[in-house]
Design a protein around this ligand. Structure first.
Ligand code: ADP
Ligand code: MG
Length: 681
């Protein structure tokens, strides 16, 4: 198998440079990659239907003879339409293909084939448009369907896979040792690879799938544990004194019990320890994670080391910068900001001051992890909203220092089993208490026709001195029409609904300075109402805001709604979340009901996972884990089994670097290399 990863796909017959480029587009470089390119789904051809039983709209497999050769005809726009008639003992129907010049050569008159496709009709009666087919002699019952790309059809991919399988010896070395496979009822790799592409029965497909899913999750599990082990090298950062009491005097409030516990966990991780801290602080939106991070940074800074704080967005970085600057105003700590939107000269200046130690605390975005940034003596790395960063990015920032302490913060409550894997390399503190005098946000649902009432309510809150967010999911980060729509929406609000109220607009297409200007005005209460797209989703903190209206609430997932709701209820005022939707579908209603019923982020995360699966749950690749080829994070049963197997392997072999696990270790490296590249792009 290893050698097949080195063999380019162009080595297969029928794949020239042009086709190879298309395969590359699908991420398939080598023959080995091709074998790991698992079907997206399957067509089940095991039940063959008689033509007389076919119904319109249904998808069927028929066994029929092509009466006469296919006839090609040119139609408008230079397109080709190819038609033929097929029959079995009970009837006949038309098969139709578009723009496939080769079809008349591929299908021969008088021969018998299986055809698979949906039944539609035209004025001549029943037809199958662009069915898949194979000669009866082929005997295949379950057909793989691969992800395709323009110019590369399923048949070509499937033929290439067939060739690749022939190159794979019958006996191959298996990353999962035999005793492990036997103990957990998993089939050998060779069988799994064959059957995931060309299973002869559904049962065999399931056996193959299980084996591959479990292997992938075991690899992930072990990889995450390995990260933990590695990051626990010796650290030369000597933190001798605890300054968390002194830090309290800088704060305008006292920390909650849960915050204090989190700070203490961190302090005991770092004081007089020679292994670096590796801790996740998990707390619902508004639980006060920033103050915890600030306290820990303060102790590190006062011991003479630098601190780096990485935020996922420009807005958030600027906000944290402001918080830290104010907090440390009367101390000897100099705080700097380093983000992508700064001028080159400004960046250079900051980097200079980081390298020579003038700046001791830096807040920033990804700009922090570029090669240009160097530190004098980095003592701690903090990442905010951890789920937005990849494992690899975290590692990259850590590499800026000599094994610095690491504190990651996340508001995304993650179901336990998944959390164990995602944060498998971290110790965890949970902030399970909100600051005092917080009132739970009241959540209500309104349909679009009740919008007028919602605006009146906003006006009355603004009169009382409060502020409001209105979130519309219109602006896709890249779509100009949507920008226009959002601008129009904001303009209309200003003119018609709130003529006397200052309204600001912020969306994903704006330059960060523009965004920042608008945000600052909202923070300063110069805007009473902020029309926003989801750019406000994470972290933004304006305690005076008491209303958040979410338009088209059906377009958001539960966890996203919860994050958005977390923008209000951050001060002592009673706050409100108003969900507006015109869609009255079952899932929309269910989601909105859950939101109205509970403020508990963990409950919502669980429901979200149940309803949508973690792919959607995290948004696109927001969990920071490597891309999975076949495993699905919603599959809790497999997650649990893989956890067990990983335990078993570590118990039986002690060390994943031992010779028996050589291949498994190679798979771990491969997975994390892939993940690293993905998450850094
Ligand atoms: P998150 O956990 O969502 O990052 P923040 O750290 O932004 O929350 O804190 C939310 C708000 O609560 C901020 O305005 C912060 O100043 C305030 N806050 C944090 N801790 C306390 C506390 N112990 N008492 C009162 N207010 C607090
Ligand atoms: Mg935060």
């Amino acid at each position: 198998m290893t050698s097949l990863y080195k063999m380019p796909v162009s080595n297969l017959s029928g794949i020239g440079a042009k086709r190879a480029a298309l395969f590359n587009k699908l991420g398939i470089m080598s023959v080995g990659d091709l074998l790991n390119f698992y079907p997206r789904t399957y067509e089940d051809w095991s039940t063959v239907e008689k033509i007389e039983n076919l119904e319109y709209g249904g998808i069927y497999c028929i066994r029929a003879v092509l009466g006469a050769p296919i006839i090609d005809a040119r139609i408008s726009g230079g397109r080709i339409i190819s038609k033929g008639s097929v029959y079995d003992s009970t009837g006949s129907l038309q098969i139709v293909f578009f723009n496939n010049r080769y079809i008349s050569q591929m299908l021969k008159g008088g021969e018998e084939y299986f055809f698979y496709g949906r039944i539609t009709s035209d004025s001549f009666g029943m037809q199958m448009v662009a069915p898949t087919f194979s000669p009866v002699s082929d005997g295949m019952k379950i057909h793989p369907v691969y992800k395709q790309t323009a110019g590369l059809v399923n048949k070509t991919i499937s033929n290439a896979v067939k060739q690749a399988l022939k190159l794979l010896p019958q006996k191959i070395n298996d990353p999962l040792p035999e005793n492990v496979r036997n103990a957990f009822g998993l089939c050998p790799l060779r069988q799994a690879i064959n059957d995931i592409h060309f299973p002869s029965t559904r049962e065999k497909l399931e056996i193959a799938r299980k084996r591959l899913v479990i292997e992938e999750l075991v690899v992930l599990n072990l990889g995450m544990r390995n990260l933990k082990r590695h990051s626990r090298g010796i650290s030369n950062i000597k933190i001798r004194d605890d300054y968390s009491q002194e830090f309290q005097t800088l704060l305008p409030f006292s920390l909650t019990g849960a915050q204090k516990r989190a700070v203490n966990d961190c302090i005991s991780d770092i004081i007089n320890k020679n292994v670096p801290m590796n801790r996740l602080v998990q707390g619902d939106v508004g639980s006060g994670k920033t103050a915890v991070a600030a306290s820990v940074c303060y102790t590190v800074l006062k011991n003479g080391f630098q601190a780096a704080f990485m935020a996922p967005t420009e807005i958030l970085a600027r906000q944290h910068y402001k918080t830290f600057s104010e907090l440390f105003e009367n101390t000897d700590i100099k705080v700097g900001l380093l983000t992508g939107s700064l001028k080159e000269s400004e960046k250079k200046q900051i980097r200079q001051e980081l390298a020579d130690g003038t700046i001791s605390m830096v807040v920033g975005t990804h700009a922090l992890i570029t090669d240009k940034t160097e530190f004098k003596n980095l003592g701690i790395v903090v990442t905010d909203e951890q789920h937005r960063f990849g494992v690899a990015q975290r590692a990259k920032l850590i590499a800026k220092g000599e094994n610095p302490h690491l504190l990651v913060m996340s508001a995304t409550p993650i179901p336990r089993t998944l959390g164990l894997i995602i944060f498998g390399d971290l110790d965890i503190s949970v902030i399970d208490e909100l600051p005092p005098s917080r009132k739970p946000v009241k959540t209500v649902f309104r349909s679009a026709i009740q919008r007028r009432g919602v605006y009146e309510f906003i006006s009355s809150e603004v009169k009382a001195g409060r502020q409001a967010y209105i979130v519309c999911p219109l602006v896709e980060e890249s779509e100009l029409e949507d920008v226009a729509a959002a601008e129009e929406y904001a303009a209309e609000l200003m003119l018609k609904e709130f003529p006397d109220i200052p309204v600001g607009l912020v969306h994903g297409q704006m330059k960060s300075e523009e965004k920042e200007k608008v945000m600052q005005k909202f923070v300063a209460n110069e805007y009473s109402v902020l029309v926003a797209t989801t750019v406000i989703e994470v972290g933004v903190d304006v305690p005076n805001a008491s209303v958040i209206v979410i338009e088209n609430a059906e377009r958001f997932g539960l966890s996203q709604l919860h994050q958005l709701r977390g923008r209000v209820g951050r001060g002592s005022f009673q706050s409100y979340c108003i969900l507006i939707s015109d869609k009255a579908g079952q899932t929309t209603r269910q989601r909105i009901e859950i939101m109205c019923k509970t403020n508990d982020g963990f409950k919502i995360a669980d429901e979200d996972l149940k309803m949508r699966g973690p792919g959607d749950f995290f948004g696109e690749r927001q969990h920071g884990l490597p891309q999975m080829a076949i495993a699905d994070f919603a599959d809790i049963k497999s997650l649990e089994l893989s956890q067990k197997i990983a335990d078993y392997i570590l118990f039986a072999y002690k060390d994943i670097c031992c010779d028996e696990l050589r291949l498994l270790k190679a798979e771990i490296d491969r997975l994390f290399e892939r993940g690293g590249q993905n998450s850094l792009n």
